[in-house]
Design a protein around this ligand. Sequence first.
Ligand SMILES: C[S@@+](CC[C@H](N)C(=O)[O-])C[C@H]1O[C@@H](n2cnc3c(N)ncnc32)[C@H](O)[C@@H]1O
Ligand code: SF4
Length: 320
Amino acid sequence: MPLRKKLLHVPVFGELLRLLTELPYYAWWFFRCKLLGQRHPLQSVIFITDRCNLKCKHCNVVREGPYVSTMTYDEVREQLKFSYEAGSRIVDFEGGEPLLWRDRVRGADLNSLIDLAREIGFFSTTVTTNAQQPINIHPDLIWISIDGLEAEHDYQRGPGTFARAMKNIAESSHPNMNVNMTVTAHNWRDFPKVAELVKNHPKLNRLSFSFYVPYEDRGLIVPPEVRAEIIATAIALKQAGYPIMNSQAGMKLLRDPRSFADHRACWISNFVTSDGTRIMHCPGQDAGVCDECGFGMGPEMSLLFRLHPEMVLSGLKVRG
Ligand SMILES: C[S@@+](CC[C@H](N)C(=O)[O-])C[C@H]1O[C@@H](n2cnc3c(N)ncnc32)[C@H](O)[C@@H]1O
Ligand code: SF4
């Protein structure tokens, strides 16, 4: 094992080496984008498949029937290299359900893609999952979608899905498992309960949340007054020590996505869909949903690009 890799495994050296490697890159990225006006992604969201084992009521990704597409190992490698060369250093493997991904010809699974991303040079790898399969993957950070306590989660995601997710979380030894809740017009009352669950769960670190984005069904849109109430609750919980990851400044902007329309920076993430389509900004822009956007990341990217101190600090903490 090369010396740099060995040192990365010693906690103090590992953290120091990471900072020494990564901070100059982030500074260079910021210089190019902010001062030279260039547009380079920092994070890539790769939809490795649109196949899924669930059919959630709010989901705008999953397709059925003959349209289902899954990338091969070689296709993912090509997209990772493209994204890396474009400037990205953080990759999130998404789907569909990424835990279902295999390339049987290559004998590859999701862990092979995580290793590949590291070999290419990505600083951080994340996976977003519904946790319906055993969680034996090794990205730096895992996002687990929990959309309420049992009744609400199962309403949105299907019977038995909450219990299965909880079992798989309990049995996983991954040290950096976090929850993402998508708040809808149906499940919003459960938000503080999910915050409580994450706070008290020995295996879960932090909670991030987004509001439902109306790509298709408008029935799940969270009304503005409820959105404001949830954000007030989230800020109060965060101030009381609950591990809520959205920054306070970001949550305030999220109250009304039009409030940061003139300084959106949604190009900080690039997206590759499972059929290989490359989109150099949030797909919501093309769908025309920006003014109703609920993605928690939207305001965070805008704040990051303005070097808001709270966002920069939480960005450093989030890195796996
Ligand atoms: C598309 S899923 C893919 C990963 C995995 N299958 C899962 O459920 O976590 C990724 C995240 O997007 C969220 N999501 C799906 N459709 C959405 C929508 N219309 N608005 C906001 N979030 C959405 C899901 O709740 C989930 O947390
Ligand atoms: S599990 Fe994820 S990808 Fe599958 S339907 Fe639900 S939100 Fe969509």
